[in-house]
Each structure stands twice: as C-alpha cells, then as structure tokens.
Design a protein around this ligand. Structure first.
Ligand SMILES: N[C@@H](CCC(=O)N[C@@H](CS)C(=O)NCC(=O)O)C(=O)O
Length: 225
C-alpha cells in the first residue's frame, strides 16, 4: 500500500496522476497546507522541507519496512522504477525523460509558481517581478510548444515527464498569457485532459478540496510572517 500525502496543488496532482495511471493501491492523506498542516511535527519527519507531496511505500521492493519520499520528481521516478511503467528502460530514451522531468522540477514549476506569486498573491504589485516571471513562463511554454511540435508526448511515449508538466501547464488561465499562442502545447493539454486516469485524479482531488489554497488567511503559512 502507498500513502500519498497530498493537497490540491500542481505538485500534489502529479503524484495522483501517476497512481491513477499505474492502477496501484493507494490512499490519500490530505495535508491542508492552507491551514499549516505541513508544519505538524509528524509530517516534518517525512517531509523535512514542509511541503507536499510525499509518498510512503509500505511495501518497497528492496527494503524491509517503509520508504518515504519527498520531492515530486523523486516520487515520480521512484514510482516509475517500482512499477516499471512510464519510463523507458533503454538508456537514451530514459535519459530523455529524465531531462524533461528535471526541466520541470527545476524550471517550469518554480517559475510558474513565482509568476502566480507576483501577479496574483502579493498585495504590493512589483512590475519588474511580474514582467520577469511572466516572460519566463512564456519562454518555457515556447520551449515545450516547440518540443511538442514534433511528438505527441514530450518524450515520444507518454511518460512521467508529461505527468510532471501537465498540472502546471493546466494553470495557464492564471499565468498572464494566452494558451492559444502555443498551439502544440494546447493540443497536448487537451488530449491529456481526456485521459481517464487524469480525469479520476482530478475528481479525487476536488472531492478533497475545491477552495483556493492561497487566501489572506493562509498566506501566513505559505509565505511566512
Ligand atoms: N520541489 C517540490 C515543491 C513542492 C511544493 O512547492 N509544494 C507546495 C504545494 S505545490 C507546498 O507544499 N507548499 C507548502 C509550503 O510552502 O509551506 C516538489 O516538486 O515536490
């Protein structure tokens, strides 16, 4: 059994999408980051960086006991290796998936997060910061759009690279850009939105929470005092 410590944010959805795609038994343990539950001492033992998602595998293949994993990229890679799904075995194809997985966790996620932060969440509007992160988002969307001009999925076959990018690209209405300017990316987004596993993942998430994560009340937990 896999425990998935989850909240309804892009990084949380990446893992739900994988678990649904792979059809492995799991249960969701909600960690309401709007209420500061990510700072509970028990949670910090498995998530020292006080963030979701975290996965605890109670039946790891190699170790006795449980394995806990934080960082969504590490989780996707672990689950892909455990189940031998959604990552190629041949070195060149596998490396291609890892390149785009690292591109997502090191670039797409953080830059889009800063975009939302400065264009929506700060009371003080800082034009330079908004311009910087909106431009960076557009640049990253263009990179992915160019990649998808030549293939159906980011790395040819559907993989953890797609699962990592999808929940972030889905945030496009809040990122101060027009998705129609990125036609190949839009085609990919629309196609993934029809995948039964992705539909189930988002249904399960919305059954847990439909309220915005960032509110005036939650800012003190999410952005510090
Ligand atoms: N690099 C991390 C980022 C995780 C992350 O930023 N999680 C957010 C939700 S999307 C969170 O838990 N925030 C709570 C906080 O910052 O206190 C990953 O990819 O897992």
């Amino acid at each position: 059994m896999i425990d998935c410590y989850f909240w309804t944010t892009p990084n949380g959805y990446k893992v739900l999408v994988f678990l649904e795609e792979a059809s492995i038994p799991y249960r969701i343990i909600p960690i309401n980051i709007s209420k500061g539950e990510q700072f509970d001492l028990k949670f910090l033992q498995i998530s020292p960086n006080n963030k979701i998602p975290v996965v605890v595998d109670h039946e790891p293949k190699v170790a006795s006991g449980s394995i806990s994993i934080f960082e969504s990229g590490a989780i996707l890679l672990y689950l892909a290796e455990k189940t031998a799904q959604f990552i190629p075995t041949k070195l060149a194809a596998r490396t291609e998936v890892l390149k785009w997985l690292f591109w997502q966790v090191g670039g797409l996620g953080p830059m889009l997060g800063q975009n939302q932060h400065f264009s929506q969440y700060t009371s003080e509007k800082i034009p330079y910061a908004i311009r910087r992160y909106v431009n960076e988002t557009k640049r990253l969307f263009k990179v992915l759009n160019n990649k998808l001009a030549h293939c159906q999925y980011i790395c040819g076959e559907y993989s953890i690279a797609d699962m990592a990018c999808y929940p972030w690209v889905l945030k496009h209405p809040f990122l101060e850009l027009q998705i129609d300017d990125f036609p190949y990316l839009k085609r990919w987004l629309d196609e993934l939105a029809t995948r039964p596993a992705i539909i189930r993942a988002y249904e399960k998430g919305t059954a847990i929470n439909i309220t915005p994560t960032v509110t005036e009340e939650s800012k003190k937990f999410l952005f510090g005092p």
